[in-house]
Design a protein around this ligand. Structure first.
Ligand code: ADP
Length: 182
């Protein structure tokens, strides 16, 4: 299975992706996690990315796309993967199409987690990650609506809609059912 999971900040993408990756036995590839690991290790990618994560803006695509390309070329991704946080723009989706074409493969589906944006701001403030302050959350929501939401039209034929407002376990069951894996 080669899947993408999309949704606004705080939709629970990371939580659902972690559970789903275990259930399906495929790696969870989170660009947010990859950037945070690079930042804590002080790598060149981390040094470049930090200011963007701190402000809630997108890291430039050339950095992001090559990081994803390298990750998807690792052996464990040959059996499938679940991409979380990428693509985040139509430009990145086109780049992903190129990466997959080079690998001779394509996506099986795009999970779209639908939530009430006001309700999820509370979830994020409770989580307390470094970029979960009110101003940065507001900017991430704005970037999501401007840059990422157009992906829903771009991937219209592949979208699998999921109601993300329930309990974690219920949302997971819904995803597995929609993938025919319940
Ligand atoms: P959330 O979904 O809650 O916003 P993530 O962990 O997915 O959190 O992303 C955190 C930050 O990492 C983003 O605000 C952005 O700065 C950076 N980032 C993650 N994925 C990408 C991407 N595909 N392109 C550019 N920047 C990204």
């Amino acid at each position: 299975m080669r899947l993408v999971i999309v949704g606004p900040p705080g939709a629970g993408k990371g939580t659902q992706a972690e559970l789903l990756s275990e259930a399906l036995g495929i790696p969870h590839v989170s660009t947010g996690d990859l950037f945070r690991a690079n930042i804590s290790e002080g790598t060149p990618i981390g040094l470049e990315a930090k200011k963007y994560l701190d402000s809630g803006n997108l890291v430039p695509s050339e950095v992001t796309v090559s990081m994803v390309r390298d990750r998807l070329n690792e052996p464990d991704a040959a059996k499938g993967f679940l991409l979380d946080g990428f693509p985040r723009s139509v430009e990145q989706a086109q780049a992903l199409g190129g990466i997959l074409a080079d690998l001779g493969t394509e996506l099986n589906g795009v999970l779209s987690i639908v939530v009430d944006e006001d309700a999820v701001v509370g979830r994020m403030l409770a989580r307390g990650r470094a970029d979960d302050t009110e101003d940065v959350i507001r900017n991430r929501m704005h970037v999501y609506n401007e840059e990422t939401a157009p992906l829903l039209a771009f991937y219209a034929d592949d979208i699998i809609e999921v109601d993300g407002m329930g309990e974690i376990a219920d949302v997971q069951q819904q995803i597995l059912a929609k993938l025919g894996k319940a």
